[in-house]
Design a protein. Sequence first.
Length: 491
Amino acid sequence: MVLFLSERVVMRIGVAMAVVVRVRKSMVRFLAAVTVVVSAACGTTDRTASEDPGELITDTTVSVVAPSVESSNDPSSGPVCEDNLVPTLAALDPTTGEFQWTYCSADLAWREVRGATDDIVYIDSTMPDPSASASEFGQLNAVVAVDSRSGEELWRVPVVRQQLGWPLGPFAGSGVVVVAVDDDNGAAIVGLDANSGDTIWRVAEADLSGAAASMGAPDPVVAPLANTDEVAVLAVPSGLVGLDRVSGTQLWSSDEVFLLDESGVGVARGPAAVDGSTVMIPAASEVVTGVVADGGAIVSGPDLPPGDTVTIPMGPSRLIAVDASTGATLWQGPRLDHPTAADGYVVGYDHSWMGSSPTPEWEVIVIDARTGEQLWSRPGRESYGDLWAIGDGAVYVNAINDNSTPSVVAYELESGDERWRLSPESMLSEPQQVVDDGVALLWNDLAMLSTTDGTTRWTIPASVSPETPMSSVGHNSASVFVSFNGLQWTD
């Protein structure tokens, strides 16, 4: 039997190729921005292009602006940068919303907070590649570490676009940041010292990919999928691999669980959830082996001709929990797309209905992280970027209102009972993260709400930085961090 892969995907996985892809509006603007000539969002800069097209282009001149004496909750005392620099990252007091410091740079980049410890906050920076043609999606990526107390840049390391998005779980577990790179030594997964950015260990992708290709792609997918404190779980063509975060040593491999993300959502975060040492993965219910024939056709059946072996994960997907320490399968549950986990609960959605008519109501689904049993489902929608805010015994989601006006509803994790609901007149939506007993929202404005009753504690209006809008939120025990999009806006 000979089938082209696209036909096989439609027939066997059952996901329409024209599935609606929900992409955060600001990311759409980013995609448009990489096709235009880069100019400074706030005046000109003295940044010049590198002679080496593959080198990360950056102006390492940065500044840190301390807050004014007056309340920095006032837009006039927000993220102020000098010398044609633009806001990159700011720290705020979680209780008052006052600015603690602002880190400014000349980078014209899309930025997201990826993790924070009490000492360091980590962001990923994505910049247009000036060597790419207007028809190409050229980008240069880096991980940037910033002192969480002072706002001083500590280090930055060029990386490649993470194939599966940035994995969930501790970003700097065991003092090591695990990323994919492609440099003079080739493509590899590396462990970086979280304090210095120095490479501690390196595993070549060729050593992990084997001879098999994944889904007929010319380059097999070898990418970080999820992180625990001790283990980095990678998706590879043969299934999964667990690497020790400190040494890079392979701890285990599994050919029983194959990632299958059927969500149809293009986002910058990984599709697997992490709770303690358990990783929950949207996985294939069946795996078919074939070869790639001439013309790209996928050939399967009892008598396979010579050719490159292809491993094809098939749907429908199901959620599988894996012990990150051993690779052992703990349980198998129902389909759950782009889940997030915390406090013994897994939260996600099932997008298998996408493309159907009439369109069913959006639902948030909660599963027991210990057993895989579905506990409840309620009306609600995740935040843009496929973010779920979980903590303080509840999940905070975008409410489904009759008039389509956005608002927020909080559900008790244990029972699904409604804890509180904002009125649509509040014009507040898009929960990002739970910070102690507060939940941070970001959609144009940044707001901190009480997890107990939903009352607003403070708000930072979008007007504090109209040319470089706030793009993501992170936190540690002392600060809330907000990143800024330094690329020019295009509508």
